[in-house]
Design a protein around this ligand. Sequence first.
Ligand SMILES: Nc1ncnc2c1ncn2[C@@H]1O[C@H](COP(=O)(O)OP(=O)(O)OP(=O)(O)O)[C@@H](O)[C@H]1O
Ligand SMILES: [Mg+2]
Length: 717
Amino acid sequence: MGSGEEGRNGRESGMSIHAEKAVVDIKDGQLLKKMLAYAVPHWKMITLCIGLAFLIVMSDLARPYLMKIAIDDHINGLHKPMYAAEAGKADRLQPYGKPVIIGDTAYVRIGAAEASEPAAIPDAGLRKAQIVEIGGAQFLTEGWPDTKAKPEVRQIGGATELAVDGQTYPAKELDEDTVSKFRERDTGGLLTLGLFFLITVVGGAMLNYVQTNLLQYTGQHIIYRIRSQLFEHLSRMSASFFDRNPVGRLVVRVTQDTETLNQLYSQVIVNLVKDIIVLFGILVIMMQMSLKLTALMIVVIPLLIGMTIWYRIVVREAQRTVRLLLSRLNSFLAENLSGIRITQLFIREERQLEQFRQLNGEHFKAGLRGVIINSIFQPAVGFLGNLAIALLIWYGGGSVLDGTITFGIVYAFTHYVRQFFNPLMSLAEKYNQIQTAMVGAERIFELLDEKPSIVDAEVTKAMPKQVRGEIEFEHVWFAYNEGEWVLRDVSFKIEPGQTIAFVGATGAGKSSIISLINRFYDIQKGTIRLDGIDIRDIPLEQLRRAVSVVQQDVFLFNGDIASNIRLNESGITDEQVREAARMVHMESFIRKQPLGFATPLGERGVNLSLGQRQLLSFARAIVFRPQILILDEATSNIDTETELVVQDALRTISKDRTTLIVAHRLSTIQHADQIIVMHKGKVRETGNHYQLLAQKGYYYKLFELQYKERRQMPDAR
Ligand SMILES: Nc1ncnc2c1ncn2[C@@H]1O[C@H](COP(=O)(O)OP(=O)(O)OP(=O)(O)O)[C@@H](O)[C@H]1O
Ligand SMILES: [Mg+2]
């Protein structure tokens, strides 16, 4: 490996650790639009979920209200003001509810509003009545005495009356049976309310279940699509893209960033709507019950909002740091685990460990900071909640005593106040989640927006079915990075079926020439032609089908031997796979494996030697029957004996196809029809072995050098 390559990779991986972007402006409309575009196909599902959210909120908010009814109308209902009428005229009481008939009189309880403005009495000939409790006894009174002013019982003659504020009301002590009759409707009512309560609990839970699952389904579905899209996109990207983007970072894009987006779709959007419904719902119910108490509660709200904003600012910073550090950790891990061999080889474990510790430590600290902030904020909000309750006890309790507010209302308020705090808190949380999702989304869309730099031309020229394999470089200039020319004015022509060799020092540009032929990179100046057609005009797929490359480092995929040879191309038969293996003299080795061709290879093929891997990649190349075969240092890992075998195989394989060989060992390429000697990106000499030796130039020197070496180490060959 040239030191240049090492340096480049070093720079890149350094970047991956520090180049992660942290913030996106949440008002970025373009981005939001793109994000929502993915949700659009699911709009029916999302609308349904919002509808469900509405019902769930209703069931949540109904419960304290049911309690209020239970308390005010039933538990404390006995002492409410009533209208009374003769039993025969009981139907006059119907508008106020179903009357209770005791003896020859019908009674009905009336609401607070009616009681304060008893308009009906004069016209309908109704009477006022009320049950008043004094000293544990219940008195049925004519009229509505002011019970807060503590009425007294007086016996005058045979009659009983209640005296209060200088007024007297005829009264009659009730026996227990009669009281129970007045109570009858309450027992039934409480039962009904209890059932209602149960229904809201069970129904709410079921709706919640359905909603959560629908949302997760939608979210996962969207993420499934984005992930597939990302992978498809990545697999189309050109070599230069992967030079710039380390694998670790791309892995984070596809796994972690998509996950944050999933949260947006499955939790944030609908719950945001839910929270807002809850807030408004509670406000409306509270105002309907008591404007005064609502006003009192609203005093606490600005405090709460202030605290939420403070929390949001502080915690967002902390969470953002945590996430950033987490993706750095991820990239670091992905890169270092795939390079673990190198790390161990060069005894860099300590250094890497130290780097990892540092990153891990930063992550730990940031996480802890978040925890501390939360541990302050949560109790603080809890405190505000309790402050609100304290206000309720003091003011609401007082109002109950002077009868302006019922106990049921105060009770319901304590619940609503608590329920009110949750959505406010979660709205703050949502803001952070949206932020995270936006960061993830921006990275994802940035990736998706990056066009592959090498694509088919607008108008392509199809190759003839039978490619001849003529290759021509005409004044080719090429640089990986602008201005740093790697190839300078390279010209040569290869006739169909010829075997061509490239030799030259490390970094001379041999591999670069090869990556140009199947358009891993595009050239800046000049033309490369295949069978007379500019390769930029040939459809990429046809071009790459015509060219097979065997490289020095062989990548093995997870899977068995056969699938590693045919690379999941179903058009290749088992027989063809076997034949290819036979050609590279690998068949007998494979047959000895426990499962033959079905023997699995571990990730990166730990159970094959380097030479065996290279043979396998040979088989991989020829099974596709390319018209052009390129071997880049492909025989350097094969021992001399096997090399002879492979040479032999090569001769067979290369007979009717154009073959390009890059080799440092000159013995490998002596039979080539043409040898191209590269030097610093230029073609220095061309000719066959004998012509080049006769020239006594660079090739001659190289040959001398290797020949001498060999004579000095006779055992090695
Ligand atoms: N992906 C890349 N991005 C940027 N520069 C590159 C890249 N690959 C190679 N280079 C540079 O291009 C030059 C030629 O490299 P190339 O790999 O073609 O040499 P080579 O002749 O194949 O060498 P070797 O015999 O060591 O394989 C070198 O200076 C190298 O640093
Ligand atoms: Mg090379």
